[in-house]
Design a protein around this ligand. Structure first.
Ligand code: AMP
Ligand code: FES
Ligand code: ZN
Ligand code: ZN
Length: 312
């Protein structure tokens, strides 16, 4: 196998691109895909500081690495979910990464915001753990960006993540979710920051290879609550399709973004207001995060427990 660019011995074969690359040309390919994503969706400009939400995993740290190397001003945000050793270790990975590159890392504790760590939040709600966690993460990313004056938050979602989310939304024809599925969501309210996913063109395998080749020390373990999540089943199904027909994930996601998404956007311009409790954006009177925090609070109040609170 020879590198497509220089003809030297290739280190990596990318079947969906029908190409192979040596190490320097693979990292160049990777960065070019990120540049292309930023450019195509006008995600941010070099004079905007990008808040990079980092989980300690390969994707978000690879993203942070590329943005620093490309010369963008960045700041990291780590949300401490309070998930036992998993959170402790992932926080340490983020801190070590930031310190080695002399970058600022902001840390927010979910328990301080919602009244309990994620494993306890799960007990207070009928939602699957990942759903309450995802809601809290989106809320806290937006709030942290507003508090610190940043206009854009970047996450490490990759092609596999995006294709799996799309698959899940299509399976249930969740038209709201389909209208919001995009590598870049503009700010549609002064209290809602722009959200971007500059790795959406790159597969999980490619980000893992990039992180490894760049010597990034990331947490390999998955979150303990991820086991059995439907998103993993969707990823596995898509991986089987990809093995049989390389490029299937790419075609599925990119075909949707180019051809189908506009149809779902029509009539989906929801009116945003400010939550009566916390002031963050919501479509109702009280935002979903405040409702979740209220459930957590009621569950931890002995009176609510002994009175058989029906919301439990
Ligand atoms: P996940 O929801 O775990 O698939 O992660 C998707 C993206 O969300 C990651 O690539 C990060 O950018 C961001 N993210 C996930 N967990 C955290 C966290 N604990 N703190 C900050 N950002 C996170
Ligand atoms: Fe949120 Fe696993 S990271 S439940
Ligand atoms: Zn080469
Ligand atoms: Zn609220």
């Amino acid at each position: 196998m020879r590198c497509r660019k220089c003809g030297e011995s290739a280190a990596l074969e990318l079947r969906r691109h029908n190409a192979a690359f040596c190490v320097p040309h693979f990292t160049e390919f990777f960065r070019k895909q990120v540049r292309e994503a930023i450019h195509h969706y006008r995600m941010f400009t070099p004079d905007e500081t990008v808040m990079v939400a980092v989980s300690g995993g390969k994707d978000s740290l690879a993203l942070w690495d590329v943005l620093i190397e490309e010369g963008y001003p960045t700041v990291g945000l780590y949300l401490d979910l309070g998930i036992f050793d998993y959170s402790r270790e992932s926080r340490e990975k983020c801190e070590a990464f930031a310190a080695a590159r002399r970058q600022r890392l902001l840390i927010e504790r979910v328990d301080a915001a919602i009244g309990a760590p994620i494993p306890e939040v799960q007990k207070a709600t009928r939602r699957p753990t990942c759903s309450a966690c995802g809601l809290s993460k989106r809320y806290l990313m937006n709030r942290a960006a507003l508090t610190h004056g940043f206009v854009v938050v970047a996450t490490g979602h990759n092609l596999d993540d995006e294709a799996a989310t799309l698959f899940g939304s299509v399976m249930h024809w969740q038209t709201d979710a389909l209208s919001r599925q995009s590598p870049a969501l503009a700010s549609t309210h002064p209290k809602l920051v722009r959200r971007v996913k500059p790795l959406y063109r790159l597969s999980e395998l490619e980000t893992a290879a990039f992180a490894f080749l760049r010597g990034i020390d990331y947490i390999v373990e998955e979150c303990p609550f991820a086991a059995g999540a439907t998103s993993l089943a969707h990823k596995e199904a898509l991986n089987r399709l990809e093995a049989a027909s390389p490029g299937a994930k790419h075609n599925f996601l990119f075909g949707f973004l180019e051809k189908a998404r506009p149809a779902f956007q029509r009539g989906q311009d929801v009116q945003l207001t400010e939550c009566a409790s916390c002031g963050q954006v919501t479509t109702g009177e009280i935002c979903a995060f405040c409702k979740l925090a209220d459930q957590v609070k009621r569950r931890s109040t002995p009176l609510a427990r002994s009175s058989g609170d029906p919301s439990r």
